[in-house]
Write a protein that binds this ligand. Structure first.
Ligand SMILES: *[C@@H]1O[C@H](CO)[C@@H](O)[C@H](O)[C@H]1NC(C)=O
Ligand SMILES: *[C@@H]1O[C@H](CO)[C@@H](O)[C@H](O)[C@H]1NC(C)=O
Ligand SMILES: *[C@@H]1O[C@H](CO)[C@@H](O)[C@H](O)[C@H]1NC(C)=O
Ligand SMILES: *[C@@H]1O[C@H](CO)[C@@H](O)[C@H](O)[C@H]1NC(C)=O
Ligand SMILES: *[C@@H]1O[C@H](CO)[C@@H](O)[C@H](O)[C@H]1NC(C)=O
Ligand SMILES: *[C@@H]1O[C@H](CO)[C@@H](O)[C@H](O)[C@H]1NC(C)=O
Ligand SMILES: *[C@@H]1O[C@H](CO)[C@@H](O)[C@H](O)[C@H]1NC(C)=O
Ligand SMILES: [Ca+2]
Length: 342
């Protein structure tokens, strides 16, 4: 029974990835701090038949340093046609992955043919304004929403009918460390007013992956061992392992996760990858149990069900399999294989 369900999901993922037209996509990321943004970006770039990536905006803290990490990634994929938008620098923060991209400057990226928009919010606004009935956009939001919150104050509400949001944020019933109490999730907590704006917007579709499901997103043996085998012959696998190792050695090893991890045996928690996976498979959620819930963001940074004030959000509350790791392993295989075979 379990095997056949898994096979069905696998089959649907494959079909989905063969027959859909690539969808216009914007990525808002705080790549550099946690490692999951890098895996999400790599997955997106490895799947051009699913994602037609139009803009990457880097948000919060040292956005220039984040931009460099994106630049090096785009260069390895030879994707100089994807512009990098630099969001507002909101201060200094540990950027554990930065060293990996240190020797590839934004100037170098531009000399190589890349495009950098110094006013990232303006670039995001302009890209979102292109959405219309013939050009539906998916916005993959895997950062605190500082940039998006600002942009939403200038965007015509009409345009939002053509933009679907897929966000990693919040915590409904479960929190960090598989706690039975919800947490103040990071992407919300860093900029609560911005999150309130995003959650109080009428999107064409709003799909949310909260901690309730994302805490189980660790890719482990055996799919990780298979991935490692390709290190010497595949530059995308090399990109992931090298940047992950830099991040890990610079303190990423202390990052919280349900299972202990190291570059030899698996990943840290790939929260953000689930948002990209959800976008890739829209309108199906495949491995996930989705519930439409009226949510608000409270003044102190919780995401709460509120049937009076809340706006509807399609929340990935659980996985279809009773053991969540059965589902996240399948997602891991899909994601890692697509990187190997891109
Ligand atoms: C941001 O990062 C870049 C690259 O490391 C560095 O040159 C710059 O000084 C940093 N800026 C701030 C405000 O931390
Ligand atoms: C950056 O450093 C790496 C590792 O030392 C090296 O392989 C790469 O060629 C360097 N890139 C540039 C642009 O200098
Ligand atoms: C998470 O917590 C729930 C109940 O609190 C428990 O049933 C489940 O086994 C836990 N899962 C993991 C992977 O720790
Ligand atoms: C949502 O926005 C409307 C105005 O469009 C405002 O009246 C309402 O108070 C906001 N709700 C929340 C929960 O922020
Ligand atoms: C949630 O999903 C249902 C079914 O696909 C859809 O009809 C509804 O509009 C979605 N709601 C939001 C807020 O995205
Ligand atoms: C993380 O790595 C540092 C060295 O880079 C080491 O000093 C520290 O003990 C490690 N912490 C954990 C929790 O493994
Ligand atoms: C993975 O590596 C970490 C760090 O070395 C270690 O603590 C953990 O036990 C390993 N897990 C497995 C399943 O080998
Ligand atoms: Ca992130």
């Amino acid at each position: 029974m379990k095997i056949s369900t898994l096979f069905l999901i696998w089959f649907m993922i494959s079909i989905n990835q063969i027959y859909t037209k690539p969808i216009l996509t914007i990525l808002d990321t705080d790549i550099g701090s946690d490692y999951d943004d890098q895996m999400a970006l790599t997955y997106i770039l490895a799947n051009p038949s699913i994602f037609d990536l139009k803009l990457i905006i880097c948000s919060t803290y040292n956005t220039t340093a984040r931009g460099q990490i994106v630049a090096k990634t785009l260069a390895i994929f030879d994707r100089f046609n994807v512009p990098i938008a630099i969001g507002q620098n909101t201060g200094t923060d540990n950027m554990l992955e930065y060293e990996w991209a240190q020797n590839y400057t934004l100037n170098q990226f531009q000399n190589d043919g890349g495009i950098v928009y110094e006013n990232g919010e303006e670039a995001l606004l302009k890209e979102m304004e292109k959405a219309n009935v013939d050009n539906i956009y998916n916005l993959i939001e895997i950062s605190p929403t500082t940039s998006l919150g600002h942009v939403l104050q200038h965007l015509q509400p009409e345009t939002l009918k053509y933009i679907r949001l897929f966000a990693m944020a919040g915590s409904i019933y479960r929190g960090y460390k598989n706690s039975s109490q919800p947490s103040k999730e990071y992407n919300i907590f860093v900029d609560i007013p911005a999150a309130q704006i995003v959650f109080n917007t009428s999107w064409a579709y709003f799909g949310l992956v909260p901690l309730d499901t994302t805490i189980f997103m660790q890719f482990y043996n055996p799919e990780w061992q298979t991935f490692l085998l390709f290190y010497n012959q595949n530059k995308y696998v090399q990109l992931v392992i090298d940047s992950y190792t830099v991040w890990y050695n610079n303190g990423g090893n202390r990052s919280a996760a349900l299972k202990p991890f190291s570059p030899e045996n698996g990943t840290s928690t790939m929260y953000d990858v689930l948002a990209a996976f959800l976008a890739a498979n829209y309108p199906r959620a495949l491995t996930m149990v989705v519930q439409e819930l009226p949510l608000i963001v409270t003044q102190d940074g919780f995401t709460k069900v509120d049937s009076i004030l809340g706006k509807q959000v399609n929340v990935s509350m659980a996985f279809l399999t009773s053991d969540p790791y059965t589902s996240t392993e399948l997602i891991g295989i899909t994601v890692l294989d697509s990187i190997i075979y891109s």
